[in-house]
Structure formats: structure tokens, C-alpha cells
Design a protein around this ligand. Sequence first.
Ligand code: FES
Length: 156
Amino acid sequence: MDAHDLLTIGEVADRSGFPASALRFYEREGLLRTTRTSGGQRRYERSVLRRLAFIRAARTIGVGLDEVREGLDRLPDGRTPTKADWSRLSRAWRGRLDEQIEALVALRDGLDSCIGCGCLSLARCRLYNPDDRAAEAGSGARLLPPLLRRTPAQGV
Ligand code: FES
């Protein structure tokens, strides 16, 4: 491949809208591949832009990085996702999105009795402890629906 066909990290950041720090993070996470110049600078194939579009679209619908990686890893030879790939993977993610919507609706419905209250009582707050699930689930942060639990590292 001609070196002129390769993009610098600044060019990829400009064209994709991702900050350079996110590009480096995705590389560390195995979502993007780069080559290096003799001086050690990153260079990206142009197809990385479509890969980043895929990542952004998946993240927008709430797909975690692990699932994005899994989807990309299933593509032969690490190829760039095609329209058909996106269609197939996004269909598989739709069910999960429906579950997230249901969980959010349940949260919204529990909010009515909490407006203006603020007690956040384990004993009586439906939003904080719906159906007294906290007692059944054991210790730890159990009160958000599983699909809405996200660690800061997953938020990238
Ligand atoms: S905050 Fe008081 S019932 Fe939810």
C-alpha cells in the first residue's frame, strides 16, 4: 500500500469526529489496527473511517465495547464491516435495545411516586428498591436494571 493512502491520527480524528485519545484507546482495546512509520507515528488505512462509523453507530444504540469487539472480530480477516454486516449485527442487538427500553419505562413509571419525595427509602421507594429486589439480589449495587448498569470504563 502506498504511504500516501495512509492517514495520520489527526486526519482520522478530523474526519471521524473521534478525539485522538479515543482512537488510541480503541487501538489498545483491539478495535482498530494501525501501522507505524519508521519514526513510530501511527498510520491508518482509509477503511478505518467506516470501522469508526460502525463503532459510533453501535455505541449510540448502547452496545458495549465488548460486544462491538465481538462483532468486529467475527468478520473474516478483520475486514471493514459492510452494509450487510451492520444489518445482521444490528438485528441481533435490537432485542437487547427493546429490553433496555422496557427497563427505562419501568424506571420512568416508578418515578411518579418519587417526585417531590426524596426519601430513597429501601423499605418504601419503588424506584430505589422495586419489588424489594434488593433483599433478594444480595449485597452490592443491585438496584438498577442490569441493562442500565454501566461502569465508567464501558461509557467510552
Ligand atoms: S424517593 Fe421517596 S418513594 Fe422514592
